[in-house]
Ligand binder design. Structure first.
Ligand SMILES: [Zn+2]
Length: 72
């Protein structure tokens, strides 16, 4: 993970769009660090792992397009 050297990151909530094949899953309120210089969003390892599980479960349920809130 490369952190921009020109800005500082602040804790915030972001919306993440995950695509797997034909499925599009939009997850809102994902905790992240956001760079105040370039706006780059950095997700923590455990958050990424959590999102991977969400994607797997959604794919199993046959989700095509869905918007949901992040649940830690
Ligand atoms: Zn930056």
């Amino acid at each position: 993970m490369v952190i921009c050297k020109n800005g500082e990151t602040k804790r915030g909530k972001v919306t993440v769009t995950l695509e797997r094949g034909a499925m599009t899953l939009v997850v809102k309120g994902v905790p992240a660090r956001v760079c105040d210089n370039c706006g780059e969003e950095y997700l923590e390892e455990k958050v990424m792992t959590g999102l991977e599980l969400v994607v797997k479960n959604a794919a199993k349920s046959g989700v095509v397009v869905e918007v949901r809130d992040y649940a830690a």
